[in-house]
Write a protein that binds this ligand. Structure first.
Ligand code: HEM
Length: 379
């Protein structure tokens, strides 16, 4: 009996050692994932400290999204392979990637400071060196820094990018010069259709597109209205919440500066910029009910975003050839403020688009009408 118990204890300890390993401070299931811990420290410096949903963090999320979109079944491209960093000179020529140069330089500095073994090749490799850093990893850390975000999964092992992605694969808001040209050529193309078809060509449903747009809840725009850089897309840009789904569903007529810019439509909250693409997706019959369903449900939004984001992070790759390092990603802070209408706005201001269900009834935040300030720009 005593021998059996001893054997059981020895086996349990061996199993535990096998399943949880670490560097003395952090524990992970796979010891190869430990290489990321020193990178996290530098990323948190870049993102202005733990739990800070910063400008550079939001840009990193946009970088990872744009990089992952760089794949097309007909035109090629490697998807989430870091090519936007490796071949930035080519891919930054796409107007849809305007502004991303501001995050690519800090990424390069991080890459220079961290050497990750060549065999791992999991990251956006800078040519002529074995140093590398995963754009997807950095974006997962950026998301974890935003209160309210889900803890997204992260796999390592992506091969280095070998070529730039073709230009024109990242959707832009309607009315951009590119789409204006297409409208002329293609006889009034439905720009929501254009966006949904681009995503569909790489396997994303309309609902998954809507889910991914939760990322706009931490977003600001600097190029759409360059007079007011850092204009938030919802009233709470430091929190990953459902306010974007609520506020974009409201009737809007406010502009941040001179008036309607290309890709911008009127917003319901002073100081918030509404993208025409978000506005249309909130109203289109293919997406409006799902959009509305996320407006009052933080848990559903988190789950839907996390699933769609994970799928996007695997763009161009097969999960079975990658290693799960999700346990290196910190757990984001939760939020306590429930979904609400900004002051002075209510269900009466909703532009009801979904034909089969009413917009959820929500409380109105007390106080005078909000004037949301632009996000302070990094030097
Ligand atoms: C559906 C098509 C999409 C369009 C047309 C679009 C368009 C835009 C535009 C115009 C901006 C502002 C750029 C500027 O003026 O500085 C922006 C910002 C941003 N977008 Fe999107 N986007 C789309 C989808 C996505 C997706 C799927 C994600 C991530 C999952 C994403 C993440 C972001 C983030 C994080 C920012 C803010 C960057 C910052 O704060 O500096 N976008 N997007």
């Amino acid at each position: 009996m005593g021998t059996h118990i001893a054997l059981l204890i020895v086996t349990a300890v061996a199993l535990l050692k096998h399943s949880v390993q670490g560097d003395g401070v952090n524990n992970v299931k796979n010891i190869d994932c430990c290489q990321f811990f020193p990178v996290i420290d530098d990323l948190l410096d870049l993102f202005e400290g733990p739990n800070t949903c910063s400008e550079d963090g939001a840009l990193m999320v946009r970088l990872a999204y744009s990089d992952a979109m760089g794949i097309d079944p007909m035109l090629s491209g490697g998807g989430a392979d870091g090519s936007l960093v490796t071949f930035s000179a080519v891919e930054l020529q796409d107007p849809a990637n305007d502004g991303l140069d501001n995050i690519i330089d800090p990424v390069r500095t991080l890459v220079e400071n961290h050497e990750i073994e060549a065999g791992d090749m999991s990251h956006s490799q800078i040519s002529d060196t074995n140093e590398s850093l995963s754009v997807q990893f950095a974006a997962a850390i950026a998301l974890a820094n935003c209160p309210g975000a889900p803890r997204v999964k992260f796999m390592m092992g992506r091969p280095a990018a070998t070529a730039p992605a073709p230009i024109d694969l990242v959707p832009e808001p309607p009315s951009s010069p590119k789409e204006a040209l297409m409208n002329e050529n293609l006889n009034n193309i439905d720009t929501t259709t254009f966006i949904l078809e681009r995503f569909s060509s790489i396997g994303f449903s309309p609902s998954e597109v809507v889910s991914l747009l939760a990322a706009h809840s931490i977003a600001t725009a600097s190029d759409i209205d360059s007079i007011v850089p850092g204009t938030p897309l919802d009233s709470t840009p430091f929190i990953f919440d459902t306010q974007l789904y609520i506020e974009v569903a409201l009737r809007g007529f406010l502009f941040t500066s001179t008036g309607e810019n290309q890709g911008e439509v009127g917003s319901a909250v002073q100081g918030v910029l509404r993208l025409e693409s978000d506005h249309n997706l909130a109203r289109d019959s293919r997406t409006n009910c799902f959009w509305q369903s996320l407006a009052s449900n933080q848990t559903a939004m988190q789950a839907q975003f996390a699933a769609a984001w994970f799928k996007l992070s695997l763009s161009g790759h097969n999960a079975t050839s990658l290693t799960d390092c999700s346990d290196v990603i910190p757990t984001p802070l939760g939020i306590t403020t429930p979904p609400h209408f900004p002051p002075s706005l209510s269900n009466d201001n909703v532009d009801q688009a979904c034909a089969t269900a009413a917009f959820p009834t929500l409380p109105t935040e007390p106080g005078p009408p909000l004037v949301v300030q632009p996000r302070q720009q990094d030097d």
